[in-house]
Write a protein that binds this ligand. Structure first.
Ligand SMILES: Cc1ncc(C[n+]2csc(CCOP(=O)(O)OP(=O)(O)O)c2C)c(N)n1
Length: 684
């Protein structure tokens, strides 16, 4: 071995045993993957990844995604060694309350953690979204001699990541799109949590990726620095296909009794086995957390390199700004996440007397004005644009340039290439959500997705993560109830609204008419601290007369008094959302005609309403009025939140049925007559 190779090995063993010690000290965690994948992590962080530990937010940094979030100790060790603001004592408080080093990487806890991972498959899929963002922004902003956006997205993924369906969906799309700056390091250790992958996972991964249009490299010895280095070099040169490097490793490498088995996967090695592993690899058994100065200095060169890379980029950007000042200002703006001036100025309004219109159709109109004003709005649907109406007309298809355009449907007009803003996700709802998350995390993009509300179930794992991360993603869900009609119960969402409302930090908005729909989109665009789900009807709805009724900007408060029969204390309160608000209103008028005092509340967003001051909530929904009826064509469970134990719900008890929409409302009893009947009973 050369001196250099000996030193590399020392650095790798530092990573390996710092990770194992970190897990051992916490008496909890996953030592196996960090020990097996230490070499590839070292090669990547020391020889390839471009980053500045002193400024984790440098916009042109390479993105690194540890998809196998259970190997978090590895990431924390790398961040510490390379000089991020993550100290030795942070390593020692691994997995403890309030630490920067939770069990799985959480985006807001430590600088350098680009994304929250842990649910397998999510990280690699969102990395595809990061690469989409990079590719699009490069097409938009780069100019000859100025690669303002020209970084790579690297992923470390495990067997579990690649077993998950979402990863396959996302990687298939990445191959189709030819995302050449996406590089996956696959930790091929053939062991998962419960045993060997020979039990479950005998795919030929390389061939599978090859079939999806990827460039595939193999490294037979995952401890061989030079082989890994060469493979990464080749992957970087390949510019028209994403790359995966299948690196054969041994889980828990070094641990004499546990290496190569699932015993090494998810619990501390135990003091004896850990000591034995250290002896086995010629590592000092004491002290734990052993780092030598030369090794630390080697890793910390990242600080100098990082400063140089960022400075060089800054200088290039200044020159770029001199030649293209408007582009540079625009780039700064979108990367800050600020909205452009006047973005709201062309939003449509729907005066009294407008024709009935489905809220999905209104959404389409709103999106066209937003598309012109907000160039960073980018997204698409899971093969449902003709139903969700979520295309950005004239703004091109995000596609690999050079694909034969002829015969390809779905062209929305405009550029065909990486500058296009309509992303065709295909029938891949889960990957659509994950990719959109990656686009938001990259920055410079406001991503949206679209499908039928019933298929939100296919997206839930990612929706949950975007809510946890607090990032701006807009989910458009149309066909929001039995109101969609003949497609029947498989397509009619029932429990979905409540399911989404149950996710913390997800804002769910189900507007009742055209003007509420415009307001809902406005809220979604302004919501920078979490995702928003916009829920739209398939069927036409009346445009409520806002001269007679309260204005639709009541939506900004989540709920508001739409109409009341008199200024008196109401005898009964009717609460409606979406397409059922008009039914509640009709019922309210009938009840009022019988001499009762009635109030009708529009409640398009629980989350927005619950954030209002208590006075406002009390003003809308006075505590002492117990006769309350909620009307929503969804599951009843959950409405107790607003109607208490005395209230009643006009909603669904089971699944829907296949029939025309008006008949379904009648058959399932979601009618004004039913509301009136219940109200009479309650006010008696
Ligand atoms: C979606 C999801 N399902 C299950 C788990 C629980 N889990 C954590 S790691 C793991 C499998 C680990 O196998 P592998 O991905 O090969 O990692 P390694 O054993 O190499 O560390 C499982 C099932 C998870 N984190 N995410």
């Amino acid at each position: 071995m050369t001196d250099e190779e000996i030193f590399d090995e020392k650095c790798i063993n530092t990573v390996r045993f710092l990770s194992a010690d970190t897990v051992e000290k916490a008496n909890s965690g996953h030592p196996g993957m960090p020990m097996g994948a230490a070499a590839m992590a070292y090669v990547l962080f020391v020889r390839h990844l471009k980053y500045n530990p002193a400024n984790p937010y440098w916009v042109n940094r390479d993105r690194f995604v540890l998809s196998a979030g259970h190997a978090s100790a590895l990431l924390y060790v790398l961040l510490h060694l390379t000089g991020y603001d993550l100290t030795f004592s942070d390593l020692q408080s691994f997995r403890q309350w309030g630490s920067k080093t939770p069990g799985h990487p959480e985006r807001h806890c430590a600088p350098g953690v680009e994304i929250t991972t842990g649910p397998l498959g999510q990280g690699i899929s969102s990395a595809v979204g990061m690469a989409v963002a990079e590719t699009h922004l490069a097409a938009r902003f780069n100019r000859p001699d100025y690669g303002i956006v020209d970084h790579f997205t690297y992923v470390m993924a495990s067997d579990g990541d690649l077993m998950e369906g979402v990863a396959f969906e996302a990687c298939a799309l990445a191959g189709h799109l030819g995302l050449g700056r996406l590089i996956v390091l696959y930790d091929d250790n053939r062991v998962s949590l419960a045993g060997s992958t020979s039990l479950t996972f005998t795919d030929d991964v390389g061939k599978r990726f090859e079939a999806c249009g990827w460039h595939v490299e193999y490294v037979e010895d995952g401890n061989n620095v030079n082989l890994i280095d060469t493979a990464i070099r080749k992957a970087k040169i390949e510019s028209t296909r994403p790359s995966i490097i299948c690196i054969r490793t041994i889980i828990g490498y070094g641990a004499p009794h546990k290496q190569g088995t699932s015993e090494a996967h998810g619990s501390p090695l135990g003091p004896e086995e850990l000591q034995a592993a250290k002896r086995n690899l010629g590592w000092p058994t004491e002290p734990a957390f052993f780092i030598t100065d030369d090794v630390l200095a080697h890793f910390r060169k990242a600080l100098t390199h990082g400063r140089t890379w960022e400075d060089e980029w800054q200088q290039a950007f200044s020159r770029y700004a001199g030649t293209w000042p408007d582009l540079a200002t625009e780039f700064d703006r979108i990367m800050r996440g600020d909205l452009p001036e006047g973005w709201e100025s062309a939003l449509p309004g729907y005066p009294d007397g407008s024709k009935d219109i489905a809220t999905r159709k209104v959404s389409e109109a709103v999106m066209q004005t937003l598309a012109h004003k907000i160039p960073e709005l980018l997204g698409g649907s899971a093969d449902l644009n003709p139903s969700t109406f979520t295309w950005l007309k004239g703004f091109g298809d995000f596609q690999r340039p050079g694909l034969p355009e002829e015969g390809i449907q779905g062209k929305v007009g405009g550029e065909w290439g990486y500058g296009g803003r309509n992303v065709h996700f295909g029938v891949r709802e889960h990957a659509m959500a994950a990719i959109a998350a990656g686009m938001a995390l990259h920055g410079g993009i406001i991503p949206y997705t679209a499908t039928f509300l019933t298929f939100s179930d296919y997206m839930r794992p990612t929706i949950r993560l975007t809510a946890m991360m607090g990032i701006r993603v807009i989910y458009v869900f149309t066909h929001d109830s039995i109101g969609l009609g003949e497609d029947g119960p498989t397509h009619q969402p029932i429990e979905h609204l409540m399911n989404l409302r149950a996710v913390p930090n997800l804002t769910v908005i189900r507007p009742a008419d055209a003007n509420e729909t415009v307001a809902a989109w406005r809220v979604a665009i302004l919501n920078q601290n979490g995702p928003t789900a916009l829920i739209f009807s398939r069927q036409n709805l009346p445009v409520l007369n806002r001269i007679e009724l309260s204005p639709a900007n009541g939506l900004y408060r989540g709920g508001y008094i739409l109409w009341e029969s008199s200024g008196d204390r109401p005898d009964v309160i009717l609460i409606g959302t979406g397409s059922e608000l008009q039914i509640a209103l009709k019922a309210g008028r009938k009840i009022a005609a019988e001499g009762f005092s009635v109030r009708v509340i529009s409640l398009p967003s629980w989350e927005l309403f619950d954030r209002q001051p208590v006075d406002y909530r009390e003003y809308v929904l006075p505590l002492d009025v117990r006769a309350r009826i909620a009307v929503e064509a969804g599951i009843k469970l959950g409405w107790e939140h607003y109607i208490g134990l005395d209230g009643r719900v006009v909603g669904m008890d089971g699944f829907g049925a296949s029939a025309p929409s008006p008949l379904l409302y009648e058959k399932f009893g979601i009618t004004a007559e039913q509301i009136v009947r219940l109200a009479r009973e309650m006010v008696k």
